[in-house]
Design a protein. Sequence first.
Length: 305
Amino acid sequence: MNKPLVYILILNWNGKEDTLECLSSLKKIDYPNYKTIVIDNGSTDDSVKIINKKYPKIKIIENKKNLGYAEGNNVGIRYALKNKADYVLILNNDTIVDKKFLTELVKVGESNEKVGIVGPKVYHYGTNKIQYLGIKNLFWNLVMYRKVVGRNKEDEGQFDSFTDVDAVAGCSTLIKSNVLKKIGVLDKELFLYWEEVDLFQRAKKEGYKLKVATKSKVWHKGGATSKKVGGMTRYYIARNNFIFVKRYFNFWQRNLFLIKYLFLQFPIMILFLLVKERNFKTIKDYSRGVGAGISYWKNKRIKKY
């Protein structure tokens, strides 16, 4: 019996070195039935030429411009669904994977028909320290406190029972095709950041479970793209945080978040940016993002950067 067909999607934007290293690690995996697609998101360097030369058999989809993280990946998702994928794996280009990572992800996915999305155990690049497992109770542990279980701890197996979550790692996310067909793809209006968590919430609302495959291992450099976009990063993180809270939480939760953000998080972030980065454009972009998020609460119109 054939294993489920998995399409691995890698989004590249001027990041050929990271992408090549990621592809090199994928060559060693033991899962027998997968296809790798590189989606180039309007790179202005020679990424496509270099990747194609090194891996001529890997399909590269070229977007004419940078469509953002969400819609850039959506191009690959639609291609995978059209070509009868059973699963779609969104894999950041700044990751390195273990030989058995995909086998373990699919094993958990196949364990129950209600399991819709699966994530691995993610480590900081080149270490045995956990970067991300998952999050339970999104409002308190992501929106209010940003508490991630196991963060920066040496992995000694102490978190292997941590499997049922509300959010898995966005850098390596396995999604069943039937889930995507039911709930839709990533929200392109979010463009960058919070798009996966938005997808997770839609899946949970339809009754699907999110699981961590604790035997699946991925190493993540982190921030390979966001470092290149400067103040834009601050803008989208802030704006989309407000959009997410407005969409998925109740009146009391929204107002608690608003008080906490405006009277605690916002002034602390401004002070941090003044002292640490000393970049007034970044401060302006961050403030604009907060303003755009608050504006969404009033009229539900999503303002672009």
